[in-house]
Design a protein around this ligand. Structure first.
Ligand SMILES: C[S@@+](CC[C@H](N)C(=O)[O-])C[C@H]1O[C@@H](n2cnc3c(N)ncnc32)[C@H](O)[C@@H]1O
Length: 332
């Protein structure tokens, strides 16, 4: 039977959740789960390997253990649990990159959220106001941060990729171009699920340089605000429009429109903000966009109006077995 909690307990729970998040962020930064990958270690040994103060590290592990992240053994050592195993840097599909991108002072998302009061006060991205440059400029100047971002996008979408690939019949399109497609994770999923298709991955030069080789897709490097010299039957934009203001979206969408043949289709893969007061992760991602970038999450009506402005007509909205939907557009 679920226990009712009071309104006060509800608020306290939300507020102190960020302590737990800090602990998880530091565990990822110190790569504790990787140190424990081969088995339990005494706290003193773990402190030596992570260059930390053993008694303080113990207190952090004791607190994390109480949330299911790490476990103590009978002789007082610590070992990984399924949850802490998700913090291993070198484990495919782990949460390490997303946690590193998100938490601890200096991590881009952490820095953005420090600017939430400024963002709400002025309407300008919090990150930019604190750092005097955009997060994009900051990552461009810091290649390790951009590489972690690329992996974070891949890992964040571990379950979304297959859901998008199976949500519609992509085999109707011979050539599928993923614009701002990162290191090609979504494109690889679509192509793997539809053997008769080929792909084109388009992103900034230093991003596509990190894409694992895939003989099913070609790689085109470029800036989508300049031009998109890519001919395809379907164009995919996943988690791209939410990074940018309406004006910026229209600039890049007009470049897609220019590259497109009349029969081609544009697939916008994003979360759609629902009406109503229910919890929806998109409403929180929208705040993340407000602090990190000029973008926002959008309602169905906002998407339709935005795309209309750029020369597209909404044909259908296809749900996926994930929080993202596929909005299908044709050239107007
Ligand atoms: C939020 S990420 C989404 C990546 C990928 N579509 C996904 O869903 O995982 C936005 C992508 O847009 C790319 N991007 C940003 N500015 C760009 C530009 N001017 N030209 C091309 N790509 C750009 C980034 O490098 C990044 O890969």
């Amino acid at each position: 039977m679920s226990q009712q909690i009071s309104a006060e307990e509800q608020v306290l729970g939300i507020v102190t959740n960020h302590w737990q998040a800090h602990g998880v962020g530091l565990a990822a930064k110190l790569e504790l789960a990787d140190h424990l990958a081969d088995g339990p270690l005494a706290v003193e040994e773990l402190a030596k390997r992570s260059r930390t103060h053993a008694p303080s590290l113990y207190r952090m592990l004791r607190a994390l253990e109480s949330t299911g992240i790490f476990a103590s053994t009978e002789n007082g050592s610590f070992e990984n649990t399924p949850a802490s195993d998700c913090l291993r840097r070198n484990k495919p599909g782990s949460n390490w990159a997303w946690v590193r991108f998100t938490l601890c002072p200096g991590a881009p998302v952490y820095e953005g959220w420090r600017g939430l009061p400024l963002a709400v006060e002025t309407g300008e991205p919090g990150f930019d106001q604190l750092h005097g440059k955009s997060n994009w400029e900051n990552m461009e100047a810091n290649p390790e941060a951009y590489s972690i971002f690329n992996l974070a996008m891949r890992d964040l979408a571990a379950t979304i990729g297959p859901a998008v690939a199976s949500a519609i019949d992509w085999s109707r399109y011979n050539v599928i171009a993923d614009i701002g497609g990162g290191i090609g994770s979504q494109l690889s999923e679509i192509l793997a699920a539809h053997p008769n298709t080929r792909g084109i991955l388009f992103d900034l030069p230093h991003v596509v340089a990190e894409a694992p080789k895939n003989e099913r897709f070609d790689v085109v490097a470029g800036d989508f605000f300049a031009s998109i010299p890519v001919e395809a039957d379907a164009y995919v934009l996943r988690w791209v429009l939410h990074d940018w203001s309406d004006e910026e979206c229209i600039r890049l969408l007009r470049n897609v429109r220019e590259a497109m043949q009349p029969k081609a289709r544009l697939m916008i893969v994003e979360s759609i903000i629902p009406g109503g007061s229910q919890f929806d992760m998109g409403k929180w991602m929208d705040l993340n966009m407000m602090v990190m970038a000029t973008g926002k999450e959008r309602t169905e009506a906002e998407f339709a109006a935005l795309l209309k402005n750029a020369g597209f007509e909404l044909i259908s909205i296809e749900p996926t077995a994930s929080p993202l939907s596929i909005l299908v557009f044709e050239p107007a």
